[in-house]
Unconditional design. Structure first.
Length: 132
């Protein structure tokens, strides 16, 4: 289905390829991103535990507490850091070890949701419940 479908805005002209090396005006969003991430003084490094099997594969931020959750598939753990890079907690129970976590997310209520594409399932760690 290589047929050309006209645009709804009335512009029936087919899109044209442009040379990536050709100068163009930056959008407002592009300018904002360049300004935000060009300032190298704003870079902060969080050192993970130096272990040979460390393999961080996912990260998420819990905005309410400024916690950074790191999913480490190599060690089968989720590490929780504060915004200063201080390690606050490690979820490394027997369930997590067998689970091989590959993704992490935090719900609005603070529940940590960990996924594993190896096990084809999710595990939840509820605040005040098992694992936390």
């Amino acid at each position: 289905s290589d047929a050309y479908v006209p645009r709804e805005d009335g512009d029936d002209e087919a899109p044209q390829l442009v040379d990536a090396e050709q100068p163009r005006d930056l959008t407002k969003d592009e300018v904002m991103l360049i300004e935000r991430y060009s300032n190298k003084s704003g870079i902060k490094v969080i050192e993970l535990q130096a272990k040979p099997e460390t393999q961080p594969v996912d990260v998420c931020v819990q905005k309410e507490l400024n916690y950074i959750h790191v999913c480490d598939v190599g060690r089968s753990v989720v590490e929780i850091f504060d915004s200063n890079g201080t390690l606050n907690h490690v979820i490394d129970d027997a369930h997590m070890t067998a689970f091989c976590p590959t993704s992490v997310s935090v719900g609005q209520d603070g529940t940590i949701i960990v996924g594993s594409h190896f096990m084809h399932r999710l595990q939840e760690y509820v605040v005040g419940g098992s694992g936390l």
